[in-house]
Write a protein of this length. Structure first.
Length: 211
């Protein structure tokens, strides 16, 4: 999530320089928690699929390393699957079912979580696969659960920065900020359809529970 007048690279978060500033969503840093919450919701899942977009280097590399370490720490087998278009998503789900993965963790990639959101939610429902997403809108659309940064808070902050730039401030003088507000959303209707019951402790920590 950035504000820029032309392509550039920030020198640092505090002093981006050039014509770029914005907000760092650091979704890579939340992947271990997303896996932990998914496993807490589906404790019998000894094999969990991890769906990533191989054309996005941040999530195909840095996040993949994080999630593999997290899987080892909680003792689950991680099945890594790649998809960057609708046909590959279909293939990934076929492999997931064939290899008997019992839950699905999506990477933080925007293509999977926004562009292909409806397809993935529908396939998860068709194959009765509990899935963890990054935005609560996916849970409202029928996904089981999400844990991620508050997108609206980030957009609001980006709007403030846009106003400051339009009033004459230089992007180089505005530090790149991190969006730190995270939210957990749960869908009880989807859980019931999957034969799941969320732990009371998890329900108590949820920011939004959809019934």
């Amino acid at each position: 999530m950035g504000i820029r007048s032309k392509p550039s690279t920030a020198r640092s978060l505090d002093q981006p320089g050039g014509n770029v500033t914005g907000f760092d969503l650091h979704l890579v840093e939340t992947v271990a928690k997303r896996l932990e919450l998914l496993h807490e919701s589906v404790p019998t899942a000894t094999s969990i699929a991890y769906l990533r977009n191989p054309t996005n280097p941040v999530y195909a590399q840095a996040e993949a390393t994080e999630v593999q370490a997290a899987a080892r720490s909680i003792g689950v087998h991680l099945l890594s699957l790649d998809a960057s278009n609708p046909n590959e998503v279909e293939t990934a789900f076929a492999n997931l079912v064939q290899q008997q993965a019992r839950a699905l963790l999506l990477s933080g990639d925007g293509l999977l979580n926004f562009t292909l959101q409806n397809q993935i939610v529908a396939l998860a429902a068709r194959h009765a696969i509990p899935a963890m997403y990054i935005v609560r809108e996916t849970v409202k659309a029928g996904g089981l659960m999400s844990y991620g940064l508050d997108q609206y808070d980030g957009w609001r902050q980006a709007g403030v920065y846009t106003g400051r730039i339009l009033k004459g401030e230089r992007p180089a003088d505005l530090p790149v900020q991190r969006v730190t507000k995270v939210e957990l959303a749960l869908n009880l209707k989807t859980a019931k359809a999957l034969g799941l019951t969320f732990p009371i402790t998890l329900l108590g920590r949820a920011d939004e529970v959809i019934e």
